[in-house]
Design a binder for this molecule. Structure first.
Ligand SMILES: Nc1ncnc2c1ncn2[C@@H]1O[C@H](COP(=O)(O)OP(=O)(O)O)[C@@H](O)[C@H]1O
Ligand SMILES: [Mg+2]
Length: 418
């Protein structure tokens, strides 16, 4: 394992280091965080009415699996948003924190912000730094067509960088006469106890979606034999699925990206309901955490399907009516495809312990750089009166091609370093 504290001084997240007094990170089941889940809940709970939350529900008892899942309802969420936020974790307080902070993240990410309207050619003429077509994975960004821009920062040196508002704000509608260059989504949006922590978690999501969307479009992935997964927390989650007689496939995507990244697929042969065939994904510097994120997200997907209330379930309405046998064969096909591409012994993957926020920033910046991604642009979406950090992050070259298949990935196949 490398000594994280001796990283380079100038790196893609260096400016964030100057903002923080470097709080230590703690192990927190599905993440490393600077405050325990109970403390995080204590900070966000008093804001629940201002976030428009009308109900907080523990979904765990709805499913037989027993992995903690919570949901919070925001009935007045902006049109285009889902009114439910789900959260998951190894323990109930983590799952509740995840649901509440997702509500915070979605609230702050949906608010109208000051924008600059300009065509890329005008920005160039005025010397204003901005993201271009290549950064966004687009074939082109017409030079003379106006679009709305929002002020972000280069996370390496703090300099101003304009980012298309369509990339940052969700939901987003372009005003008449303005281009909407990308399909808006919440990929890259996250909250946290500090701005650095929010940026780190947004980065984990960007890495995860970039890698998993390539895999879901037919990219490579290796099977992880379950008997190589020996960490107590991951084993406990796997045991919960095994006891519920749910089959689990774990696909390793680590070799295709810059951090340990996994896709988990579940099949429930005992259930005569196709919608319980679900997936979950996770990326994190620590392989155990990344896998726990994917395993718990799959449980969240089951609970979401059982709850049946989330607006975006409309997109999978045909799955609800599908033949479970077809789902089962798709599951087996996926397992065999991954097996044919190779096998990862889980014990060989990096498992750095939580250290300080600064060490985490350096570790992630070094991993990005090793993969050929030398720049991170973040937009601080914190609402001062709420006082809890929210950020949106772009890693030029990384895209979520599930949201928009036409966006292209700038891929560097780099094995992660321990
Ligand atoms: N204990 C916590 N403290 C602060 N923020 C949290 C905590 N747990 C989760 N969050 C935030 O809540 C949102 C949802 O969390 P999670 O479900 O873990 O992430 P994801 O959306 O990547 O699957 C993210 O913005 C995450 O950073
Ligand atoms: Mg998220």
């Amino acid at each position: 394992m490398t000594d994280l504290d001796n990283g380079p001084a100038a790196h893609a997240l260096a400016w964030l280091e100057t903002l923080t007094d470097d709080p230590a990170m703690l192990p927190c089941g599905t993440s490393h965080r600077s405050v325990p889940a109970a403390e995080a809940i204590a900070r966000v709970w008093p804001l629940r009415h201002r976030l428009g939350i009308s109900r907080v529900a523990d979904l765990t008892p709805l499913d037989v699996v027993g992995i903690p899942v919570f949901s919070v309802t925001r009935p007045n969420a902006r049109t285009g948003q889902i009114t439910l936020c789900q959260g998951k974790g190894n323990a109930p307080d983590e799952a509740l924190a995840s649901a509440l902070f997702e509500a915070l993240e979605r609230h702050c990410g949906s608010l109208a912000r000051p924008v600059l309207t300009a065509a890329p050619a005008e920005l160039r003429a005025r010397g204003r730094s901005h993201l271009g077509a290549d950064d966004l994975g687009l074939a082109e960004l017409p030079d003379d067509q106006p679009l709305e821009w929002i002020q972000g920062r280069d996370s390496g040196d703090g300099s101003a960088v304009l980012v298309p508002a369509a990339e940052v704000i969700f939901p987003y509608t372009a005003p008449p006469g303005c281009l909407r260059p990308v399909r808006p989504s919440t990929t890259g949006l996250a909250s946290g106890a500090t701005l650095s922590e929010a940026v780190l978690h947004a980065l984990y999501e960007v890495v995860e979606r970039d890698a998993t969307s390539r895999y879901l479009h037919g990219g490579p992935g290796r099977l992880v034999p379950l008997d190589t997964i020996t960490g107590p927390a991951e084993s406990e989650l796997l045991l919960k699925y095994a006891k519920a007689e749910i089959d689990t496939v774990v696909v390793d995507l680590t070799h295709t990206t810059v951090l340990p990244t996994f896709a988990v697929f579940l099949s429930d042969p005992g259930a005569h309901q196709a919608h319980l065939a679900v997936s979950g994904f996770g990326a994190h510097p620590n392989a155990g955490v990344a896998l726990r994120r994917a395993l718990t997200e799959a449980a969240q997907a089951r609970a979401t399907a059982i709850q049946g209330s989330r607006e975006d379930l409309d997109r999978v309405a045909d799955v609800y009516r599908a033949d479970p046998a077809a789902q089962r064969s798709a599951f087996l096909h996926r397992a065999l495809r991954a097996r044919a591409e190779g096998v990862t012994d889980f014990r060989t993957l990096p498992d750095p312990p939580p250290r300080s926020t600064r060490a985490a920033l350096r570790h992630v910046a070094a991993a990005l750089e090793a993969g050929g991604y030398d720049r991170v642009v973040h937009t601080d979406l914190t609402i001062a009166e709420l006082g809890l950090p929210v950020a949106h992050v772009v890693v030029p070259g990384m895209v979520d091609s599930v949201v928009e298949p036409l966006r292209s990935h700038r891929v560097a196949h780099q094995p992660v370093q321990a």
